[in-house]
Design a protein around this ligand. Structure first.
Ligand SMILES: NC(=O)c1ccc[n+]([C@@H]2O[C@H](COP(=O)([O-])OP(=O)(O)OC[C@H]3O[C@@H](n4cnc5c(N)ncnc54)[C@H](OP(=O)(O)O)[C@@H]3O)[C@@H](O)[C@H]2O)c1
Length: 179
């Protein structure tokens, strides 16, 4: 079976920040949550890093627990994390891909954060990056990629502007490896 088609979806400020330093995403609008829910309803799954899982699930309104999906994968090396279905704990990006593939998914949605985006992109496991750029800049915060030595060549596929000023950019990753 071919490896699932992996899309990263992230919302960010114009200057490329995905969260404040303390983890809050209060500078991002509700539209981004709707985009996330819409993508999950298409793909029926998502993959999140352990820190995103813990931070997002503290929020009453924007909470992974309330999102309807058949499979919710959390990537962590902490074997003690106690998750119940439809959550599934995996120890690496490649294991996440295998779990998706074994469950029959042709597509997967990676939803960050910064460290997990970097881990997937470093291994060439991402087909597409979809970014919602909010009409705001914030001075300090967490970037799309964590500090590392990594270049990702991209091809721009689509640009969409909505009436609230969010620009959606869709790119194909040119470093996708399918070995
Ligand atoms: N704006 C957006 O669209 C958006 C979307 C998602 C998240 N966020 C924000 O992003 C922030 C969290 O991002 P983050 O970069 O700090 O953390 P993260 O990527 O969510 O999670 C990092 C954790 O994931 C696990 N992990 C990462 N790479 C791994 C690998 N190769 N193998 C095994 N486990 C791996 C590790 O868990 P263990 O330490 O347990 O081993 C690591 O500590 C939050 O503030 C969240 O709100 C924003």
């Amino acid at each position: 079976m071919t490896s699932p088609y992996i899309t990263i979806f992230m919302a960010m400020s114009l200057n490329g920040l995905i969260a404040r330093e303390d983890g809050r995403e209060d500078f991002l609008s509700h539209d981004n949550w709707l985009t996330f829910c819409n993508l999950v309803s298409q793909k029926r799954n998502f993959i999140a890093g352990r820190k995103s899982y813990e931070i997002v699930n503290q929020w009453p309104e924007y909470n992974f627990n309330t999102v309807d999906a058949d499979l919710k994968i959390v990537v962590s090396q902490k074997k003690t994390l106690n998750l119940t279905a439809p959550y599934r704990l995996v120890g690496s990006p490649r294991e996440a891909i295998k779990v998706l593939s074994d469950a029959g998914f042709g597509e997967g949605l990676l939803v960050g954060g910064s460290e997990l985006n970097t881990a997937f992109l470093r291994e060439g496991l991402v087909d597409e990056i979809r970014i919602n750029v909010e009409p705001v800049m914030i001075a300090n915060g967490l970037p799309f990629l964590s500090a590392c030595n990594l270049d990702v060549p991209l091809q721009l596929e689509e640009v969409i502007k909505n009436d609230r000023g969010i620009v959606t950019l869709r790119y194909r990753c040119l470093n996708r490896s399918r070995q």
